[in-house]
Ligand binder design. Structure first.
Ligand SMILES: Cc1cc2nc3c(=O)[nH]c(=O)nc-3n(C[C@H](O)[C@H](O)[C@H](O)COP(=O)(O)O)c2cc1C
Length: 401
């Protein structure tokens, strides 16, 4: 985690029972040689002392007590400009509510409102508070402003109740911030190719075999890649989706066309195959529209395997090859088989048998299987495809740095 060295972390501690965990977070950041400044809300001081925070962070601790001598350092603008990243941990329901309203009634909320830096919220509260519609709505709003969240996790709370609302573990927070900071580094020259959507395999000029893929997950990944500065090429089967015009979009119909477009774009640094390419194509496509008849037999043959071609290329294999596995049964087993058989570095598996996720939905839940035996599989839990994409791209960035 060399990239945490000398990074400037502004940690805002709110008044929650898990505030003590932020002391451990400070210790972990210091071990990585990050610079830390802290703001304690008035209520946070009931849970942790400014003295313990100052001694662990070896940095300034700010609060709401205005002090004329410190005026320039207390400046909320200067503090927010100083930081590379702002972490609110724990983020109480109260502070989340204030932030969602654009409040600036104390130093913490003022710094955040005045900030142009990435803000991470680490919510921690009782399960009922977390599940309350008001908290949910506040978070939806904050996420739409670009605020990121880490946790909460499910577990036993200080109040004795069990459920979601427990603060994420300090080591996990550190990891998330590390991945994020890596993703901020300059990726401009890294070329990524991603395929998305279904393919159409024609029987005649007007009829074809296709599948239910909408292309949404692949398009979202392309958008996330572009945001991080990757040179992004999206080869897409037929979809109704739009994409940022800075993405090099190549529209195709058939697997054969997708293959040719992929070949033409080699070499690339990273390849992501999220398209649901038809496994079969029609042996002899009719030149004219087939006339109505009592029976019709259509003969199919195996289609070209684009993923296999690229991942086994003898001199143009990308540094990172990621395949997708859309499965309806034995998800893990089939994904691991595909990982090995297709010589991929990662397989991202999703269950396409459920109505609320996968094909055609805005939501997904995926499992990433890695070739690298040192890495264990990771489940990216049920959430919007746009959020899943961000998490996938975080991991891509971490891997290539
Ligand atoms: C003992 C105790 C524990 C608390 N723990 C939490 C908590 O874990 N999460 C939370 O959102 N609020 C918690 N609260 C409520 C907050 O302290 C309260 O909402 C406060 O106004 C938060 O202020 P701040 O957001 O400005 O730091 C707790 C209150 C008490 C008395």
């Amino acid at each position: 985690m060399k990239n945490l060295k000398n990074k400037k972390i502004l940690l805002i501690i709110c008044g929650g029972v898990s505030a003590y965990k932020s002391l451990e977070l400070i210790r972990l950041f210091k071990k990585k040689d990050a610079e830390i400044k802290t703001i304690l809300t008035k209520n946070a001081k009931e849970f942790v002392t400014p003295l313990s925070v100052a001694s662990l962070s070896q940095g300034k601790v700010y609060d709401d007590l205005f002090n004329v001598e410190n005026e320039s350092e207390m400046d909320h603008i200067a503090l927010s400009r100083w930081a590379d990243v702002i972490i609110v941990s724990p983020a109480t329901a109260n502070t989340i509510s204030k932030l969602s309203q654009g409040s600036s009634e104390d130093l913490a909320s003022t710094v955040i409102l005045a900030s142009n830096k990435p803000v991470f919220l680490v919510p921690a509260m009782n399960v009922r508070m977390w599940e309350h519609k008001s908290t949910r709505n506040n978070l939806v709003k904050l996420k739409s402003y670009g605020y990121k969240t880490i946790g909460p996790i499910i577990g036993e709370m200080a109040c004795g109740e069990y459920g979601e609302g427990k603060m994420a573990e300090p080591t996990d927070i550190l990891n998330e911030i590390n991945i994020f900071l890596l993703s901020q580094s300059n990726n401009k020259k890294i070329k990524v190719l991603i395929t998305a959507g279904p393919t159409n395999e024609y029987l005649d000029p007007v009829r074809f075999i296709t599948n239910k893929s909408s292309g949404k997950q692949g398009y979202e990944i392309a958008n996330s890649l572009l945001k991080r500065g990757f040179d992004t090429t999206l080869i897409s089967g037929p979809t109704n989706l739009d994409v940022d015009n800075k993405i090099n979009l190549i529209k195709v119909n058939t697997a054969e066309e997708m293959f040719k477009a992929t070949q033409k774009n080699l070499p690339i640094d990273i390849a992501i195959f999220s398209a649901a390419v038809s496994d079969f194509k029609i042996i002899r496509k009719k030149e004219n529209k087939i006339k109505k008849q009592e029976n019709l037999t259509v003969n199919l043959e195996k289609n070209i395997d684009i993923l296999n071609y690229v991942s086994n290329h003898n001199f143009m294999r990308p540094k990172l090859v990621i395949g997708f596995a859309a499965e309806t049964q034995d998800l893990d087993r089939n994904a691991i088989m595909k990982l090995t058989n297709k010589n991929c570095d990662w397989i991202i598996a999703n269950d396409v048998s459920k109505k609320d996720r996968g094909f055609n939905s805005d939501y997904n839940e995926v499992t990433i299987h890695y070739k690298d035996k040192k890495k264990t599989k990771e489940v990216l839990s049920f959430k919007k495809k746009s959020e899943i994409s961000e998490e996938i791209v975080d991991r891509i960035v971490a891997q290539i740095n």
